[in-house]
Design a protein around this ligand. Sequence first.
Ligand SMILES: Nc1ncnc2c1ncn2[C@@H]1O[C@H](COP(=O)(O)OP(=O)(O)OP(=O)(O)O)[C@@H](O)[C@H]1O
Ligand SMILES: [Mg+2]
Length: 238
Amino acid sequence: MTLEVTDLHVNYATAKVLHGVDLTIGDGESVGLLGRNGMGKTTLVRAICGLRPPTVAAGSIVFDGVDLLHRTSFQISHAGIALVPQGRRVFGSLTTTENLTVVPRRKSPAMGELWTVERVFEFFPRLAERSKSMARLLSGGEQQMLAIGRALMTNPRLLIMDEPSEGLAPSVLDVIQDRLVELRASGLSILIAEQNVDLALDIATRVVVIDDSGTIAWSGSSEALRSDSVALERHLSI
Ligand SMILES: Nc1ncnc2c1ncn2[C@@H]1O[C@H](COP(=O)(O)OP(=O)(O)OP(=O)(O)O)[C@@H](O)[C@H]1O
Ligand SMILES: [Mg+2]
């Protein structure tokens, strides 16, 4: 799979947010999308996934040679892009198991075997213990595991996660981080938007940083960013 975002301009009714973003994700690559609060990470992720608002004003989004602009979010999911949305957005009045089984599923896995409820429960044993609980009764960490599991159930070729670390205690974050490293090692392509730079640099091999110009202000390897104190300070205030 390859995702190619070229010169993307994205707006809300009241604001122009992205002013020409270029981003390529190659097969099996894990890319971190960094940027301070409000710089447009969620805006970019929603545009890629066909969620509205925002509106794409110009540019192109091509996935495996297919133009994704003007496709519905359902078609984009079917093409193999899964989103773990910011704030998790699990279906609160459904059980854990129901959350995993309501999603439309692609029948061709990116690699290895298809994801099943059993496989998600092996991947996150905590979810197996909560299988019959309403999702709204789960802890934040359990809901994040469920949101990731739900995305995996679509058998994606590209997994996009929008701030999976948000609001999580360090102990549960460690569990999720280990699982994400495992997913990366399996060869799944990943885009992870994060304010938690340490997490993003651990998961991603390459990072792009959006700044207040609404464009990619910095890009390079995770290693390079880790040792670039000037870029960290300028773009991420670290
Ligand atoms: N529905 C909306 N209508 C109008 N403006 C919006 C809307 N959603 C976001 N924005 C604005 O777009 C800009 C980018 O927001 P976005 O949510 O993409 O940032 P972000 O990088 O994901 O931030 P965070 O790290 O806080 O999640 C911000 O100025 C925000 O106020
Ligand atoms: Mg966001």
